[in-house]
Write a protein that binds this ligand. Structure first.
Ligand code: ADP
Ligand code: MG
Length: 462
């Protein structure tokens, strides 16, 4: 006589039992991609994506699985864990081949290995930039260490350097390098669950989840990854709730051996108001700084950039650009684009003479002053520390220089209110607006303040 058919819905019920016994994370991690068959009521087959899952489940969860099965199908004595890669699995229901679908169903949660967002749509988050690969990254003494660490992460994700924390000023290649890690991991295994996003997206997503009481979706999104890459993590400054949530995200991923990569404009200990437990975690792995590129690196980058635009830049021209533009790589690239673009418009070859013409014209424009310079000049004038300006301190001796800094930034740079706030401890745009108005008003009636601001301007040559 044929064995009795199992009751309908048994697989879902068994998975439901398992889910009750495990944490969300454990269940998602080990059983999220699993499906259950009940070929007949005496036999249970758990299908998992690969051998790794099978061994893990057999050693750690078999007893639990048995007891869950016993509750739903007391007659089932045979329990098998079988490898069934998700791609080979069949469509909905069990009848055709006795296997249930690996896609979302009442007994499964978002599968860990398929149907998962590999890259995020532009409306929500940043796409990876195709240019930001290791191949396109020019090596030099200023970036050799972070580059080596990034390669280490690709070779041994979750093991070599976890977290990898890369810091440095703007335009020095942080985003490029951390995206290169994502590209390389995806190239190696296209099903690697990579999430790259900037800190602002994480924050906005969290706030959205709070507003819509949808924290579970939020957590599922961040906690079942192989690698989480957060760009510009210094924007966590002054965001207490987000810091707390990030702390839990970090722990969950870290404890599951998943890789975390972060970039920031300053080392962990100098991110204002960053909780000390996060500071210490950010230091657990590898903290590496990208420094300003030396002349030779700038030269190589200039030539390479021209080549990507289809132009072979003569050596003397590239030397001139590398000597003149030494602030950051973004500006260096900008100069090359300007030169090559002008050559195309004027139908002239790229020569040293043309480079001088184009860059000299650019020099005629009022010199651009960076936020860094303003912060340096202001802190020197007032004899305060940069970290104090970025801190939450509200004593007058710190508040005034901070507001002066915001005021000068507004006048001398093209930065938005948000960006200025970002440099000064992640303050929001209304704080910056208020500071600008206050200093404007004070300047009218305070001769000493006027003199001080004038001497900061002198320092800046503005
Ligand atoms: P950051 O994130 O530090 O502000 P980015 O990663 O955005 O800087 O880099 C700015 C620009 O400079 C990008 O176009 C990037 O491709 C380029 N760049 C930075 N470092 C390098 C490098 N070592 N080799 C080639 N291009 C680089
Ligand atoms: Mg960046």
């Amino acid at each position: 006589m044929a064995p009795a058919a199992p009751p309908a819905g048994a697989p879902e019920l068994i998975l439901g039992e398992l889910r009750k016994e495990l944490t969300e994370h454990q269940f998602g991690c080990w059983f999220g991609a699993a499906t259950l068959d009940t070929p007949h009521s005496g036999r249970i087959r758990l299908n998992v994506p690969n051998n790794f899952y099978r061994e893990w489940i057999q050693t750690k969860y078999l007893t639990l699985l048995r007891s869950c099965v016993a509750r739903i199908l007391p007659g089932a004595t045979e329990i098998e864990v079988a490898v069934q890669p998700p791609a080979a699995a069949q469509g909905p229901g069990t009848p055709t081949n006795g296997r249930s679908t690996p896609t979302r169903g009442p007994g499964t949660i978002a599968p860990a290995s398929n149907g998962f967002e590999r890259r995020l749509g532009p409306s929500r988050d940043l796409e990876l930039n195709e240019r930001y690969t290791f191949d396109n990254f020019v090596l030099g003494p200023s970036n050799r260490i972070p580059h080596a660490a990034a390669l280490g992460v690709v070779q041994h994700p979750g093991k070599a350097y976890n977290p990898l924390f890369i810091h440095g000023s703007v335009g020095l290649g942080k985003t490029h390098l951390i995206q290169a890690i994502c590209h390389a991991l995806l190239e190696r295994r296209c099903d690697t669950k990579v999430l790259y996003l900037n800190c602002e997206s994480f924050t906005n997503d969290f706030i959205h989840a709070l507003e819509h009481t949808d924290l579970e979706r939020f957590r599922n999104r961040y906690r079942y990854l192989d690698i989480l890459v957060v760009d510009d993590i210094h924007f966590l400054a002054n965001k207490d709730r987000t810091q707390e949530e990030f702390f839990h995200t970090f722990n969950t991923l870290y404890n599951a051996g998943k890789q975390i990569v972060l970039s920031s404009d300053s080392p962990p200990g100098e991110i204002p108001t960053l909780e000390s437990r996060l500071v210490s975690r950010f230091r657990w792995g590898m903290v590496a700084e990208i420094e300003k590129p030396v002349y030779e690196t700038r030269f190589s980058i200039a030539r390479r950039k021209a080549r990507t635009m289809g132009v072979d830049m003569p050596e003397d021209a590239a030397r001139f650009i590398a000597e003149t533009v030494d602030s950051n790589i973004r500006e260096l690239e900008g100069s090359v684009v300007k030169v090559v673009g002008s050559a195309l418009i004027m139908e002239r070859p790229v020569t040293l003479a043309l480079v001088k013409d184009v860059l000299r014209n650019a020099d005629n424009a009022p010199p651009r002053i960076t936020m860094e310079e303003i912060i340096n000049a202001t802190t020197r004038q007032y004899q305060v520390k940069v970290s104090e300006l970025q801190s939450k301190k509200r004593t007058q001796s710190i508040t005034l220089p901070r507001q002066v800094c915001m005021f000068l930034a507004r006048q001398l740079t093209g930065l938005s209110l948000e960006e200025i706030g970002g440099y000064l401890g992640g303050r929001d745009h209304t704080t910056v607006m208020y500071a600008v108005e206050r200093i404007l008003e004070l300047e009218q009636r305070d001769q000493r303040l006027r003199t001080t601001i004038a001497s900061i301007r002198d320092r800046l040559g503005a």
